[in-house]
Design a protein around this ligand. Structure first.
Ligand code: ZN
Length: 365
């Protein structure tokens, strides 16, 4: 299938050069883009790492970890880790980046940590000259969120909910005018719903283990509540616990965090499919900003150019326009820089940027 034909099938609508395509009546595409910070493809596809789950240095309660995450077969272990992915997503969508099956996804940036990864995901290109630290610098690059938000029919219909407090800078909230709720920011979306009022109180009194990353439950709940109130057409959700628990050296917490996110994504899917505005018109993309090490063993905690394999990532897609192929095998190499254009293609928006972003990933065969 050629490139344009793939796009056509992808979103069941035409793509014209030069701007957004009006959605056909009754079929208005939406996208939920989700990132799970630094969740290794090895754990996603293989389940809990047997070299780590009994290691007293990385796991406080090995019995609890064993009870929750151990099975002899990797195919069973991954179901214990992310049950929604390995029941629903694997049957209804496409999973990329299982290197054991010959599917490869990599960062194209040479940094292999968060800001450069999120910049690449959201803009569609690596920018190693300017994005080489996690410093809170307003992103000079324009993200797909900003491009979509500028389309007349998407204005005010793009929103981001992020655990890490650097996201207002990565998305350049000030310039882009994209709605961003991140870090320890409360909802200021007046009038607040009773649930938002409650979350605003809880975020003050439930301590986060970190000074710059809130617990993912807040990101999840604020995002879901906003979607119920405003029906955005492009939502970006960035979950962060996995990476921070890994840096803390707590493999048990990292596993439980991954399983919680799996449950959050199930909740999103159930909400979207129960709401006529979203039902059967929404594509979900799940991505990671970077991988982590495997050898030597302690490099599971870290990632950067010094950690071999930390550029190896994975991706999943399901929902509208995605064929139910499960794990993609022997596919051509994919890159993180293709995600932004994939988001735009699903929405029927022509995506140009400077420099040229990666090509959209075909989500059907
Ligand atoms: Zn990290």
């Amino acid at each position: 299938m050629n490139h344009w034909k793939a796009l056509f099938t992808l979103c069941a609508m035409g793509l014209l050069l030069g701007g957004a395509v009006p959605a056909p009546a009754g079929k208005e595409p939406k996208v939920v883009l989700i990132s799970i910070d630094g969740l290794r493809w090895q754990d996603f596809y293989g389940g809990a790492d047997l070299k780590l789950i009994y290691n007293k240095e990385y796991v406080k309660d090995t019995i609890a970890t064993h009870t929750n995450f151990y099975a002899e077969e990797a195919g069973e272990r991954r179901k214990l880790l992310m049950p929604f992915f390995w029941s629903v997503v694997a049957n209804q969508g496409r999973l990329y980046g299982n290197r054991d099956l010959g599917s490869y996804v990599n960062c194209s940036n040479r940094m292999w940590f968060s800001y450069p990864g999120y910049n690449e995901i959201l803009t569609g290109f690596a920018d190693d000259k300017r994005i080489w630290s996690n410093r809170k610098m307003p992103n000079p690059n324009v993200t797909v969120l900003e491009v979509v938000n500028k389309q007349p029919e998407f204005q005010g219909k793009v929103a981001a909910f992020c655990s890490w407090d650097a996201f207002p800078y990565i998305i350049n909230e000030q310039r882009s005018k994209v709605y961003v709720n991140a870090g320890f920011e409360k909802s200021a979306d007046l009038p607040l719903s009773p649930r938002e009022e409650y979350l605003n109180r809880m975020i003050d009194i439930i301590p986060s283990p970190w000074n710059n990353v809130r617990l993912d439950a807040f990101t999840h709940e604020y995002g879901l509540e906003y979607a119920k109130k405003h029906h955005p057409r492009l939502v970006y959700l960035s979950y962060g616990e996995t990476d921070d628990f890994a840096h803390d050296g707590r493999y048990d917490h990292y596993l439980f965090a991954a399983r919680r996110v799996d449950g959050f994504i199930k909740e999103w899917w159930d909400f979207l499919q129960a709401d006529p505005y979203y039902k059967d018109q929404t594509t979900i993309l799940v991505v990671t900003d970077h991988g982590r090490g495997t050898e030597p063993l302690n490099t599971w905690k870290d990632h950067s150019i010094d950690i071999p394999g930390a550029d190896q990532i994975w991706m999943a897609a399901f929902g509208a326009g995605v064929s139910p192929d499960g794990e993609v095998r022997g596919h051509a190499q994919l890159y993180q820089n293709q995600i932004a254009a994939t988001v735009a293609a699903c929405l029927g928006v022509d995506y140009t940027n400077e420099p040229t972003p990666g090509q959209p990933i075909p989500l059907t065969h």
